[in-house]
Design a protein around this ligand. Structure first.
Ligand SMILES: [Zn+2]
Ligand SMILES: [Zn+2]
Length: 309
């Protein structure tokens, strides 16, 4: 006998089958970003006017990929996993997880790799030298500032490099995690792995996630599902509009909310398979300027572009 499902059952069935979480692939997470950054810096691409900056960030992403291969941080134990699940908390939350010194080793590797490049400017080289000369406790204090657990002034020039090393450490954790240990949080706009805000969202086109929208964590690169046409900041479904740069790429837009007057970029793989949230967010800086003029506020900065406002 044929079984007919009512709409509620169909939805429940669909929900069960949605891939709700995507953890970063540590074999290629940063190298994919580097490739996209280079692509977007070329003549005719959206980021060509800030091409030198994107090229520098591409070198940084290459160095992150290399650094990622050399660290193997300790993962949360069973008790920590159960604790996070019981209290609906991120499993390796930036505010409470005791990060190991691995991240400082990653920072050293990143600075060494950048300083060794012949095309790097004297300014970048001096930032790297400055970071390499800092004591562990000074670096830890900078990390605390950048991760938002302290509120002292941040050294803007070195912030992207420190954040890059912290990304390596948290991606190393997220990419080794058992996906079933990570549960959805009560706050849908926050990364369920590390508790950081997303840098952008991406509508995927691969067979498992066709047409689904994911928020992409700015720190650990975990992606988690959120329905489309919904503000990822205040969860409103009313007054959502999509803005893009006139005659710019169709795969990069901003999801704007007229309830909380914020926006977050949204990328469409169906328009361009190569979109990458962090790279395309940086490359489309012109869209941020446009939205600022239109009165929309950006919720969370790209960690590689320090903007204290
Ligand atoms: Zn995260
Ligand atoms: Zn909103």
């Amino acid at each position: 006998m044929q079984r007919i499902l009512d709409p509620g059952q169909i939805e429940a069935f669909a929900q069960r089958n949605i891939q709700r979480l995507r953890l970063p692939d540590r074999a290629r997470v940063f190298s994919t970003r580097a490739t996209r950054l280079r692509q977007q810096s070329e003549p005719g691409a959206i980021g060509h006017s800030i091409g030198d900056y994107l090229q520098l960030m591409a070198h940084l992403a290459d160095a992150q990929q290399t650094a990622l291969a050399s660290i193997e941080p300790a993962l949360p134990n069973a008790e920590q996993v159960t604790h996070a699940q019981t209290f609906h908390m991120p499993i390796v939350a930036v505010g409470s997880w005791r990060r190991e010194e691995h991240w400082r080793e990653s920072l050293r590797l990143i600075c060494d790799a950048l300083a060794a490049l012949p095309e790097i400017s004297g300014q970048v080289r001096s930032v790297c030298d400055r970071l390499r000369a800092l004591k562990p406790e000074q670096l830890e204090a900078q990390a605390e500032d950048l991760l938002g657990t302290q509120t002292s002034p941040v050294d803007a020039a070195s912030a992207p490099f420190v954040m890059a090393a912290l990304q390596v450490y948290w991606v190393a954790l997220a990419s080794r995690m058992n996906i079933d240990d990570i549960r959805e949080l009560d706050v849908p706009g926050v990364c369920p792995t590390c508790g950081t805000l997303p840098v952008a969202s991406i509508v995927r086109a691969d067979s498992r996630s066709q047409g689904l929208r994911y928020l992409h964590c700015s720190l650990c690169a975990t992606e988690w599902h959120m329905v489309r046409v919904k503000c990822s900041h205040c969860q409103s479904t009313k007054g959502i509009s999509y803005q893009s740069i006139e005659s710019g790429p169709r795969g990069i837009r901003a999801e704007c909310c007229d309830t909380c007057h914020t926006y977050r970029k949204i990328l469409y793989q169906e328009e361009d398979l190569a979109v990458e949230p962090s790279a395309d967010d940086l490359a489309s800086l012109a869209l941020d300027l446009l939205l600022g003029e239109a009165g929309y506020r950006r919720v969370h900065p790209n960690p590689l572009l320090w903007n204290p406002s």
